[in-house]
Design a protein around this ligand. Structure first.
Ligand code: COA
Length: 177
C-alpha cells in the first residue's frame, strides 16, 4: 500500500497538495506575512506562528488525515504556496466543515472558491452528505465564497467566534451533497 496522498490540478497553474512536513517552512512564513489580516478572523492566528508550532500542527493534521478526519491542503500558484485549506470530517455523522485562508496578494482570483469546489467533490466521493462553512457575519469575503459555492445560510451562532478580545457572530452556511 502506498502512502496516503491528496493532490489536484485546478488549471491555470493552480494546484492543491497535501499539507505535509515539507510545507512547514513555507506555510509558516506565509502565515507570519499575513498575520495582521488573519488575526481579524482566525482564532489560531492570535498566537505567534513559530516553525515549531507550525510543525506540531502539521503533524497533528497529518495524523488526523490518516484517520480520515481531515484533508489538509496547501494551495499552490506554480511551485509557490499561496494559501491553506482543510476539510474537517466527522466520519460517523457523514458531515464535514471547510476552512481556508489565502495570501493577500492572491486574493480575488477565485483560487479559494476553486479549492473548495475540489474539496467538495472529494467529500462527495467519500460519502459525505453535508458540508458546513462558519464565517463571521462581518467577514464579507468568506461569506461570498460560501454563497458562490451554493451554500445556504442556516442561521447565526451568536458571539460564537472569539478573536482577540472580540466575540463575533458566526453565520452558519451548509451545502447538502
Ligand atoms: C476569505 C478568503 C479566503 C477569501 O479569498 P478570496 O480570494 O476572496 O476568494 P476566491 O479565491 O474565491 O476569490 C473570489 C474573487 O475572485 C473572483 N474570481 C476570479 N476568477 C474566479 C473564478 N474562476 N472562480 C471564482 N471566482 C473568481 C471572484 O469574482 C471574486 O471576486 P471579488 O473579490 O470581487 O468578490 C480571504 O479573503 C482570506 O484569506 N481572508 C482572511 C482569512 C479568512 O477570513 N478566512 C476565512 C475564515 S471563515
Amino acid at each position: 500500500m502506498g502512502a496516503p496522498f491528496f493532490s489536484r490540478d485546478l488549471g491555470d497553474g493552480i494546484s492543491l497538495g497535501l499539507r505535509t512536513l515539507d510545507t512547514v517552512a513555507e506555510l509558516q512564513q506565509l502565515a507570519v506575512q499575513n498575520l495582521d489580516r488573519l488575526r481579524l478572523w482566525e482564532p489560531w492566528a492570535q498566537f505567534d506562528q513559530s516553525l515549531e508550532s507550525t510543525r506540531a500542527y502539521t503533524e497533528f493534521e497529518l495524523g488526523r488525515f490518516v484517520r480520515g478526519e481531515v484533508v489538509p491542503v496547501v494551495m499552490y500558484d506554480g511551485a509557490v504556496a499561496v494559501g491553506s485549506a482543510g476539510l474537517k470530517i466527522d466520519p460517523s455523522a457523514g458531515n464535514a466543515e471547510l476552512g481556508y485562508w489565502i495570501d493577500a496578494s492572491s486574493e480575488g482570483r477565485g483560487i479559494v472558491t476553486r479549492t473548495c469546489a475540489a474539496l467538495l467533490e472529494h467529500a462527495s466521493a467519500l460519502g459525505i452528505r453535508r458540508v458546513e462553512i462558519r464565517a463571521a457575519t462581518e467577514n464579507a469575503r468568506s461569506i461570498r465564497v460560501a454563497e458562490r459555492l451554493g451554500f445556504e445560510r442556516e442561521g447565526v451562532l451568536r458571539q460564537a467566534l472569539q478573536v482577540g478580545d472580540r466575540r463575533l457572530d458566526l453565520a452558519l452556511y451548509a451545502r447538502l451533497l
